[in-house]
Design a protein around this ligand. Structure first.
Ligand code: NDP
Ligand code: GDR
Length: 326
């Protein structure tokens, strides 16, 4: 068992919760940043779902407040820092571009700078994203593919990515950027398309609603399982050299076909329920993403274990169980 300490921002989110569980199982002491935006509104359902609420140490810290990171890093001197906090919903980033820039972009600089001052021996992971490729020209995206962000979210993440690279090259800090393609799970937020679909399919199956309204169902994504992907984050920080990695499955599927998997699993006909609604189209779309995980396979020994079909079925079943109170 490990005697290491890890600090995770975004511990109440999908990836933060799965990563905390993985590290606790490895014997880490896990400290998480908890943004206390109101006295009542602390979002603990994912930690509860995984049975780890009470097993992690939670410290108040907002991405906009560097002083909270200096305090926490000085206090715990973590071996590993995982920066997962973000305003992570692409659609919202057009409505709140500046907040997204501050939390998702400058927030990463806040924690990098706090690390440089207070815990320079720590190893750092930045949650970068395939959205940085945006309007790419290459059929498969790898670590050497040029970036072309297509949303305020992607632009903010690109700044955070280059700050991570620059802190490594300028100061010799152990900082890694994981360029992760979409990953989902029963712990995914309801605003993202997979969970929106699986929750709606569960509700339709249970007679609680009749329609599912979506935007661009021709968009293609490379979808993996969050539980597999947090393992790759940890592996990056166990290497001799800090580096950047694409984490993906190497398969791309349309939103339409992903949706079909969910409906077919429950014996429902998608055409009877799906409505295309202009409200859910974006000002600019990323039409297709397909990652090349060859470097991660070679250097980290990592591959995606869960297929899209297995994951969507797990999500639909979890939503049916949740909605029927099981
Ligand atoms: P979530 O949206 O589920 O989690 C985001 C986390 O950030 C939550 O814990 C949230 O807290 C926290 N947060 C938001 N604003 C602040 C703030 N101002 N200060 C402190 N914490 C804040 O994201 P995921 O778990 O899905 O993703 C994790 C990271 O990986 C994100 O940075 C995301 O952008 C990135 N990413 C995700 C991918 C995916 O497919 N899931 C793919 C590639 C990158 P609260 O719960 O209280 O709101
Ligand atoms: P994405 O995920 O934007 O790729 O970002 P999302 O699930 O929101 O959208 C995927 C694709 O589905 C299309 N779509 C819809 N999306 C949503 N949310 N709701 C709809 O009704 C709908 N209809 C069609 C979208 O247009 C898009 O093409 C996620 C986030 O987790 C980011 O934080 C992360 O960086 C990237 O994945 C990789």
């Amino acid at each position: 068992m490990s005697s290491k300490t890890a600090f995770i921002t975004g511990i109440t989110g999908q990836d933060g919760a799965y990563l905390a569980k993985l590290l606790l199982d490895k014997g880490y002491k896990v400290v998480g940043a908890m943004p206390r935006r109101s006295s009542s509104g602390v979002n603990m359902w994912r930690l509860d779902w995984l049975g780890i609420n009470g097993k992690v140490i939670l410290e108040d810290a907002d991405m906009l407040d560097m002083s909270s990171f200096v305090r926490i890093l000085t206090k715990y001197q973590p071996d590993e820092i995982y920066n997962l906090a973000a305003q992570s919903f692409v659609q919202t980033s057009w409505d709140q571009p500046l907040l997204t820039g501050q939390v998702t972009g400058l927030g990463a600089a806040n924690i990098l700078e706090a690390m440089r001052l207070a815990a320079p021996k720590a190893r750092f992971y930045q949650a970068s994203t395939s959205e940085m490729y945006g309007l790419i020209q290459e059929p498969m995206q790898s670590e050497t593919t040029p970036f072309y962000p297509r949303s305020p979210y992607a632009a903010a993440k690109l700044y955070a990515h280059w700050m991570t690279v620059n802190y490594r090259e300028s100061f010799g800090l152990f900082t890694c950027s994981g360029i992760l393609f979409n990953h989902e799970s029963p712990l995914r937020g309801l605003e993202f398309v997979t969970r929106k679909v699986t929750d709606a399919v569960a509700r339709i199956k249970l007679g609680m609603q009749n329609e599912l309204r979506l935007g661009n169902i021709d968009a293609k994504r490379d979808w993996g399982h969050a539980q597999d992907y947090v393992e790759a984050m940890w592996l990056m920080l166990q290497q001799e050299e800090a580096d950047d990695y694409v984490i993906a499955t190497g398969r791309t599927v349309t939103v339409r076909d992903m949706c079909k998997i969910a409906f077919e699993h429950t014996g429902l006909n998608m055409e009877d329920h799906l409505i295309i609604d202009p409200e859910f189209f974006r000002p600019a779309e990323v039409d297709v993403l397909l990652g090349n995980p060859a470097k991660a396979e070679k250097n980290l020994g990592w591959t995606a274990k869960t297929s899209l079909e297995e994951m969507i079925i797990e999500m639909v079943d979890a939503d049916i169980a949740r909605l029927s109170g099981k």
